[in-house]
Design a protein around this ligand. Sequence first.
Ligand SMILES: [Zn+2]
Length: 142
Amino acid sequence: MTAKTLVALKGSILKWEKIVRSTRGVDRGQDNCALCKEFPGRDYHGNCTRGGEVARAHADKPNSISVRCPVARRRGHVGCQGTPYIQWANHQDEKHGFYADYHRIPGCAECLKLARAERDFLKSLLPTKRKRPCRVAPHSTK
Ligand SMILES: [Zn+2]
């Protein structure tokens, strides 16, 4: 993962942290997702993938920009297909009648559960820190 991608991933995690912590945290889809900004949600033909209409991964074109998004790479789809985000968006549409500017509804346990699921999913994409054995030789007294 490149440094820029890591910065974007952390930005997206922060967005969901805010949504989990406060009902004032807002989800504007790709308009306030750092990863979507870093990897614009366009498929190989330039179609917007927002809403998941065009959601097939370009497994044959692994360097296409969308596939470099760690979310897309993990799930094998362009955009957020296959992630908890889809359940979150469906829940917002179906239960709360929102189609933009999603946020948690006070007292709605499902909103909280789905926001946490998305945050935790994004956190799972963070690179794991490998502990390397210390290569520095012990101080010699010779
Ligand atoms: Zn809800």
